[in-house]
Design a protein around this ligand. Sequence first.
Ligand code: ADP
Ligand code: MG
Length: 256
Amino acid sequence: MFLHVKDVSKYYNGKPILRDVTFTVQAGESVGLIGTSGSGKSTLSRCILGLESIDDGEIRFRDLSWHSASHEERRSMRKNIQAVFQDSSESFNPRWTLADSILEPLRHFQMIEPSEESTKLAHLLDVVQLPHACMASYPRELSGGQKQRAAIARSLSLNPQLVVFDEATTALDTLTQHHIVEMLQSYRHDQSKAFLFISHDLSVVSKLCDRILVLSEGTIVDAFRTDELFGDARHPYTTALRDAFVEKGRLLHGLD
Ligand SMILES: Nc1ncnc2c1ncn2[C@@H]1O[C@H](COP(=O)(O)OP(=O)(O)O)[C@@H](O)[C@H]1O
Ligand SMILES: [Mg+2]
């Protein structure tokens, strides 16, 4: 079993935020999680990343779980589960160059020799399609799209087994979003890495994911293969999200 989320519940101030959430992600699979704002997506992502504890159920990643793992095992989980959040500005040290930020996880886990750094960095920048000249830039010198690409490069630096994207393209304009999704599509074409792609935007999720889970008020209400999105057996909440997406597509002059 790769990622196994089983009967997970989470409360804030006695209020249920996640209720009996159960799903799996297989190695190499790309799974989308959609739901309207406030449905509990980020809470779930923080629980998977071990940034928050759960009140009930269990989250297992390759037979390890955050609460019972030893120090070494937690370190291994942190290395193998990486994240990209909506606003990466906050996660970059403003006084560090992009090179230092992208290489930081590798240095932290002592997985790179100084002599290997420039080759590795060039490779990561190529993957996310950032010009090598960006290496010496500071976060303030980059556009929002470039910063998200850099955050993706950093998340991939350790060659993690699972990457959790929480609204990673949401803050970007439509065209930049489109280019980053294309970049991720081609990355996944070459490397079968597991993605959990969390977004309220069905257009992004449906392009990148093999399967889609739908979260409503902290509960998974629908789960299906992406090619079944337009099937007629969908939950009414999925249908509502889908209709909004189709409408948005029309406004943008056609779906692709
Ligand atoms: N740290 C927190 N303390 C109390 N309530 C929270 C906290 N984080 C999130 N919530 C509440 O949990 C619910 C789900 O939030 P969130 O997981 O951020 O949803 P989403 O990412 O789907 O928009 C919201 O009602 C939010 O107000
Ligand atoms: Mg969120």
